[in-house]
Design a protein around this ligand. Structure first.
Ligand SMILES: C[S@@+](CC[C@H](N)C(=O)[O-])C[C@H]1O[C@@H](n2cnc3c(N)ncnc32)[C@H](O)[C@@H]1O
Length: 271
């Protein structure tokens, strides 16, 4: 829970605003018992989850059938609040992306990114663009920039913002870091912030695929300021790194790590 927005106005019905990719994340990462119990309590939401598509629908149906025990009202309410609070960022993406855009930690010093490479006249792909922290800092400098963003509501937000800023070199695509919608060696640079890490190997391989030889991959931020498995993976694969500060006071601010690497023939870990 980040406390970026008052979520008390929402109950479990809010998930009917979620897009299939978010429902997949909810199924895979959130408490399945809570979901199953709440489906039994909210028949309309249950109907939506079971019909959103065949594959996901049958998974949610299984949760509803598995977790159909009787539970007292106050325990169910606590589970519901905890589930909603744990999905705060996803709820903001589909209700009010401006809330995310205005958070203090997005106001890091532009030079932290711009000093990492010469972006002039480059073709850049920004992955997991969100509300455009990296995208809109780079767009005035680069030749062309492509935003890859899996959530439709955020793609609309990015498009509206690019239009309002009269940016004609910004193009917005649906995709994932593990499934980037461009051919091999398509761009000079891949940039991404606050996304890398769920599937490190597959994500790095896919970014390496779309970037030209001697092009760059920049993850800013790519990690919290911590020597964890993600940091070790990036360093072992040839990334340079440095610390930078995301300003407070909103929850999530603090010291972060940025990573950058020029594309070589092979991943270091494959040698
Ligand atoms: C925390 S936001 C970061 C947005 C922006 N890059 C920034 O630094 O402010 C994460 C964004 O990445 C998107 N996202 C999450 N998982 C992703 C994935 N596997 N591939 C691409 N984008 C992803 C989310 O939809 C969301 O817009």
């Amino acid at each position: 829970m980040f406390s970026w927005k008052d979520l008390s106005q929402y109950d479990f019905r809010i998930v009917t605003l979620f897009e299939p990719i978010q429902l997949q994340w909810m199924y895979e990462w959130k408490d399945q018992r809570s979901i199953g119990l709440l489906m039994n309590h909210y028949p309309t939401v249950s109907w939506y989850l079971k019909h959103v598509n065949t594959d996901l629908g049958s998974k949610f149906q299984h949760l509803e059938q598995t977790y159909n025990e009787i539970i007292d009202k106050s325990s169910l309410h606590s589970l519901e609040r905890a589930l909603i609070d744990s999905m705060e960022d996803w709820i903001i993406y589909v209700t009010d992306p401006d809330v995310y855009d205005q958070l203090s930690f997005n106001r890091w010093d532009d030079q932290e990114l711009l000093s990492l490479a010469d972006f002039k006249a480059k073709t850049v792909v920004d992955i997991g663009s969100g509300t455009g922290s990296q995208l809109f800092r780079l767009a005035p400098i680069v030749e062309t920039i492509y935003a890859v963003e899996p959530i439709r509501h955020l793609r609309h937000y990015l498009k509206a913002k690019a239009t309002s800023l009269n940016l004609t070199n910004v193009f917005i695509q649906e995709g994932l870091m593990t499934d980037i919608p461009f051919p091999n060696e398509f761009c000079d640079m891949v940039v991404s912030g606050h996304v890398f890490g769920d599937e490190p190997k597959a994500e790095l391989a896919e970014m390496m695929r779309v970037v030209k030889k001697d092009g760059m991959i920049i993850l800013m931020p790519g990690n919290n300021d911590i020597d964890n498995a993600r940091h070790q993976f990036l360093v072992e694969n040839g990334f340079n790194w440095a610390r930078f500060f995301e300003p407070g006071p909103d929850e999530g601010y603090g010291w972060k790590r940025k990573y950058w690497m020029a594309k070589k023939e092979k991943l270091m870990s494959e040698k």
